[in-house]
Write a protein that binds this ligand. Sequence first.
Ligand code: UDP
Ligand code: MG
Length: 318
Amino acid sequence: MTPGPASKPNLAIVIPCYNEEEVLPITVEVMLAKVTDLIKRDKISAASQIFFIDDGSKDQTWSLIQQYAEKHQAVRGIKLSRNKGHQNALLAGLMTAEGDILVSIDADLQDDIDVIEQMIARYADGCDVVYAARAKRQTDTAFKKMTAELYYAILHKMGVNVVFNHADYRLLSRKAIESLRTFSEVNLFLRGIVPLLGYKSDTVFYDRAQRAAGESKYPIRKMLAFAIEGITSFSNVPLRLITFLGFSVSVFAFAMIFWVGWIKFFTDTAVPGWASILIPMFFLGGVQLLSLGVIGEYIAKIYMETKRRPAYFIDKVV
Ligand code: UDP
Ligand code: MG
């Protein structure tokens, strides 16, 4: 039977955890309470579960997960062989968890879990993807707010389609999950890929709180790496920029070559050796950048091909 929106869906909450021993006991309690409540009010099936993915933690995270899994039927654990980063841990969870609808969320309870119910309601309305986006960013520092806004603007300019102020708190239907599975790329930026699925989607809004316990597992270094990943795995605009730069520099260089030649042959202000240094410098500079740009264009093609992204997804068949 395909559990359509009419019947109670089996919910799986997917939570990547990296060194989260401090917050985990609170998270388990809060999530279990939420799931129990939703089951009681007939919103989800009684078989709904919570999946914790241990992303190669070095602390007690995994042994805690094991204990909770033994104690509570609804708690499940998945352990990765080593730390692979948030996106990969999340993907592992999404690909492994069973359920008709999967909600991914961070372990630190910064995201308001009360909107899960709204997400399920949207699913019942026929959405296969429901994004949870932050209404305000009041708990962020001015720096994080500014860089985040700038980043979204750049992504947008480069043609990467992401939902503003949405992180990885979202609901995916089984259909969306199975489509996601067919992406075979190694560099994963789920925020960019999920909108590519193209199924009916909606956004719900919430306010983000402070971490319930522990500290951020995303230092500036990881944040930057993630930001660059987001651009480079979706866009070859950076490569194209080299072509434009090379072209402009070449035009400028040829103008300069004429200018240097003019000074050399038609005036007597040229110092000996000046023209023979400047002309090759401009010439080589221009030619090199232009060639790099051309090579870049081909690399961009190869890059897009090697992704072997699926060409389409069938949403419905009647
Ligand atoms: N996380 C992970 N692997 C990592 C880093 C982080 O699975 O290498 C998890 C972490 O346990 C948390 C989520 O990703 O559940 C988001 O991390 P965090 O809350 O530290 O990021 P922030 O909210 O500060 O951006
Ligand atoms: Mg957090």
